[in-house]
Design a protein around this ligand. Structure first.
Ligand code: WTA
Length: 649
């Protein structure tokens, strides 16, 4: 975040107290904070009782092997039973679970009974393909109901899923399949995007051709486009549709792995974040109920995330379904076929709770108020934000134009690693300030600390740490315990280092300031600078590359790259496009640099470390900071001149 933005935040003092009507009916009251402060573990014990357990636990938390936690030790449960069977058994089989809004505008309601039957069929089909508890299954799918079915079918048979965002490239998919040694990949022939059919299976074919662990590829027919077929491929409609709609679930240990989800770290190699069953589901369900104030009888909930990200796991699949929500899932993009698409969906399905990202909100602001104003949004009663800091201006726009000044906004801070919401206002309970995630929710403890690990005074800034274990915490990095300890637990021993900068205001509210490590946050997607640098350097014309995240009005941060070409390569007209396309192939279109600048030298310290801070200054048009530590202080002038020239061309 730029200095200027930080300055502005320091002057933000608007406060919105809870609305009395909302408060009167809110799921939670302030007593939850007291209860949790009095006995944190007992508080989580109570929350775990929202779930159905086949066997109750005998110890709430085992922290003796910290930072490797065990929650609800000895307990047994099945996540898919908690999301489906128990609601059907309780008489809610006819309640709509999913309202699927296709890209085309067609929509379809799927009841809890139908979803359960589909999940049972898929679970039977997976077992028939030889998938057993503990086997890893990669899922590379568009936002269609089968994606939810696939995840829950894996959960039902205890096979941890690894969902890979369908916008990632074949290469990114391959490295994730390999790292987890996935035995099966579930995908679709293609996906609909802006009215057209885009292929998906070719990327899987390419990834799998080099992935030895994969025995089968299970393919949903979505677009009907031609696909290549090999003997390891199986059609979903052949093996799932014909399978029995009944399946006897097995109860798994509370610490049985539920899923792996890869996220970018500060090196080029993504980290497989591991989540287990009982603690994860407890916190996903509790937070979805408490922070979104979900009323299963009357609410229509819509989270606009993709299942490829953690938000899709916790707040489309596990949290909402455990709470018997009725929710919209949407296949397409916000601007197809028109820029009012989201608001049309809110009106059509009478959405009451909307959870989206600041980057989307800023885009809607830019598109103009006429789009939301063309639709009836009066069913909305609560708005949520996640993924990156929301600037006060976007927060106020969200509140007034989308929420008609009536809806509480929950700015929820959390991470793939935390599994569920950690810091957020509670609607009807606490006040909110535009741009602040406010305080840790009941049962969670966080601090803002200085370089030495001392808690800062109100008004001070530093690093966000979590000083107590929590139920949905990551249990490790798949196959790399050492990296888990190094990345999260060594900067401030005994405490979890989130990688985010934060400020504590005079009232003790927390303001997130963005990442402090070499991870960028582009439209809410985490991408490491090293990953993009490696992608650029893997191009035959590039000798060296440095990548920084520069503040961007719409996407939060934009990727700016500086490259040095190989001796024999000359800069030509098509080069920048070629390099951008290359990054898309290596990682995915989300990682395409916003700008690529060809330079003769990069700023380096005498020990050879690239000084990204200086490159960020240049990319954000700021006057340069201290350059005296550079091996060659004139380098920056050359780069800045090059940039100025590029701008005037
Ligand atoms: C950022 C997404 C400010 C933060 C759930 C974090 C936020 C990273 C917020 C995790 C928020 C997420 N305010 N920043 N409300 N929510 N972040 O793993 O930098 O995709 O470390 O999880 O997003 O991103 P991830």
């Amino acid at each position: 975040m730029s200095e200027e933005a930080l300055e502005n935040l320091l002057h933000e003092d608007r406060t919105f107290p809870p609305d009395p009507d909302f408060a009167a009916a809110a799921n939670l009251s302030a007593s939850a904070y007291e209860a949790a402060t009095e006995d944190r573990l007992d508080f989580w014990d109570q929350q775990a009782q929202r779930l159905s357990w086949d066997q109750t636990w005998n110890q709430t938390l085992d922290w003796s092997a910290a930072p490797f936690a065990k929650w609800f030790v000895g307990g047994k449960l099945n996540a898919s039973v908690n999301c489906l069977d128990r609601h059907v058994s309780a008489g809610y089989g006819d309640q709509t679970a999913l309202i699927f809004e296709a890209e085309s505008g067609d929509s379809r309601h799927i009841s809890y009974r139908e979803l359960l039957e589909d999940v049972c069929r898929a679970a039977n089909a997976l077992e028939a393909l030889g998938i057993e508890a503990g086997d890893r299954v990669a899922i590379y799918m568009p936002m269609i109901p089968e994606a939810v079915v696939a995840m829950l079918a894996c959960a039902r048979i205890g096979a941890p899923h690894s969902v890979v965002f369908a916008g990632f490239s074949a290469e990114a998919l391959r490295s994730r399949i390999d790292d987890a040694a996935a035995k099966l990949v579930i995908t679709a022939d293609g996906q609909f995007r802006r009215g057209g059919a885009m292929p998906l299976k070719p990327a899987v074919d390419e990834a799998v051709s080099q992935a030895e662990s994969v025995e089968n590829v299970l393919v949903v027919r979505r677009t009907g486009s031609e696909v290549e077929w090999s003997e390891r491929d199986v059609w979903w409609h052949d093996v799932v549709a014909s399978a029995s709609p009944e399946h006897t679930p097995e109860a798994f240990d509370a610490e049985h792995p539920l899923f792996i989800l890869y996220t970018s770290g500060t090196t080029g190699k993504p980290k497989g974040i591991l989540h287990t069953t009982g603690g994860y589901l407890t916190q996903a369900a509790f937070t979805h109920w408490a922070v979104f104030d979900l009323k299963p009888e009357s609410d229509v909930y819509w989270c606009t995330a993709d299942i490829g990200w953690v938000t899709g796991h916790s707040y489309i699949v596990y949290g909402p379904l455990a709470n018997r929500a009725t929710q919209v899932i949407y296949e397409g993009t916000p601007d197809s076929p028109h820029r009012g698409r989201f608001w049309e969906i809110v009106e059509r399905h009478q959405v009451s709770i909307l959870y989206t990202a600041p980057t989307a909100i800023r885009t809607f602001m830019k598109w103009g108020d006429e789009h939301p104003k063309a639709f009836n949004l009066s069913t909305l009663r609560l708005l949520g934000s996640v993924g990156e800091p929301i600037n006060p201006e976007a927060w106020m726009w969200y509140r007034s134009i989308i929420g008609n000044d009536l809806c509480p906004i929950v700015d929820t801070w959390w991470q793939t690693e935390t599994g569920a919401i950690m810091i957020s206002p509670l609607p009807g309970v606490t006040e909110a300030k535009p741009g602040s995630a406010m305080r840790p929710i009941p049962g969670i403890s966080a601090e803002v600390v200085d370089d030495d690990g001392n808690a800062v005074e109100p008004g001070g800034g530093g690093y966000l740490v979590l000083d107590q274990p929590w139920p949905s915490m990551l249990r490790g990095i798949w196959g790399d315990d050492e990296r888990f300890v190094d990345t999260y637990w060594s900067r401030f021993p005994g405490r979890y280092f989130a990688g985010d900068g934060a400020k504590l205001d005079k009232d003790g509210a927390i303001w997130l300031l963005g990442r402090v490590d070499d991870v960028m946050n582009v439209s809410g997607h985490r991408i490491s600078t090293t990953e993009v640098e490696s992608a650029l350097v893997s191009h035959h014309k590039v000798a060296e590359a440095a990548v920084v995240g520069a503040t961007d009005d719409t996407t939060g941060q934009g990727i700016v790259s500086f490259v040095i070409l190989r001796g024999s390569s000359a800069e030509d007209d098509g080069l920048v496009d070629e390099l951008r396309a290359h990054v898309a192939t290596e990682i995915g279109p989300i990682a395409k640099p916003r700008q690529i600048l060809v330079v003769a030298e990069l700023p380096k310290t005498r020990s050879g470390k690239i000084m990204r801070r200086l490159l960020r200054d240049v990319a954000e048009n700021r006057s340069l900071g201290d350059v005296t530590t550079l091996a060659d202080p004139t380098v920056m002038n050359l780069i800045a001149d090059g940039l100025a020239q590029g701008a005037s061309d």
